[in-house]
Design a protein around this ligand. Structure first.
Ligand SMILES: [Zn+2]
Length: 244
């Protein structure tokens, strides 16, 4: 799970928290202030990776709207898909999480989800063995959503001429499909296209993408969309210390 550490302000990867596999009741609201004990991630050498002590998670408060989130998030916006990929090609342990802007949004590809892969099932099984975050019973794995999606976009720099095609692991993509579970396929596809294409990259949104790469050292150049930050405009006028 991608998160933001507040002192100093930086992007972090916290695990094991297999957020996208969990059912509604096992999750805390996105953009919550948490207090949690962490330690280094051991074999995972990516600089942002931290292991959490699940029993220590305390939800302090949710950040309700974009204005409350902006002072934490917006100072971290920088770089691009191209710059992250280039750095990872140079050094596999380069920055592995980024919050980037897009030059031009091209399209969104939506395809049927083939179901969880054996690797995903294994990851969840490992998590389940370690125990649940908040409950004594064994966490249940949610069903795979019906569709997967990829965003196609170029970066702000002129040298980026060929659109990237980047897979989405965004929890909101799964949640949207959950809300539409009784709707026919074509309506779900339309809704995904509307929310993650037309709306997020249309007028009135200052969208940035949370990108993260994979632990497998041979795949560090493969970044995925882990989430989207899509306020109507940049809002971080208030310095962070006024918020704390
Ligand atoms: Zn690019």
């Amino acid at each position: 799970m991608a998160g933001i550490a507040t002192d100093p302000l930086r992007l972090v990867r916290l695990y094991p928290v297999p957020f996208r596999f969990l059912t509604e009741t096992q999750r805390f609201p996105k953009y919550s202030i948490l207090r949690v004990r962490v330690r280094s991630a051991g074999s995972d050498a990516r600089p942002e990776s931290l292991k959490i002590d699940a029993s220590s998670v305390q939800v302090i408060r949710p950040l309700k709207d974009w204005r409350e989130r902006a002072p934490y998030v917006e100072p971290l916006v920088g770089g691009s898909m191209c710059s992250l990929v280039a750095a990872a090609a140079e050094n596999p342990n380069a920055q592995s999480l980024g919050l980037v802007t897009v030059g031009e949004f091209h399209s969104i590809d939506v395809k049927p989800h083939p179901g969880w892969t054996p690797a995903e099932l294994q990851r969840f099984a490992r998590f389940a063995e370690q125990g649940d975050l908040f409950r004594a019973d064994v966490p249940q794995m949610r069903q795979a959503p019906r569709f997967k999606a990829w965003l196609r976009f170029t970066c702000p720099e002129d040298s980026c001429t060929q659109p990237h095609r980047v897979g989405m692991l965004d929890w909101e993509l799964t949640a949207l499909q959950g809300h539409l579970r009784d709707r026919p396929d074509h309506e779900v596809v339309e809704a995904i296209r509307f929310k993650f294409g037309t709306q997020m990259f249309g007028p009135g949104r200052a969208t940035a993408l949370y990108l993260g790469n994979q632990e497998n050292v041979t795949r560090r150049r493969q970044f995925m969309v882990l989430g989207t930050y899509y306020p109507p405009e940049r809002l971080a006028a208030a310095p962070l210390f006024q918020m704390l």
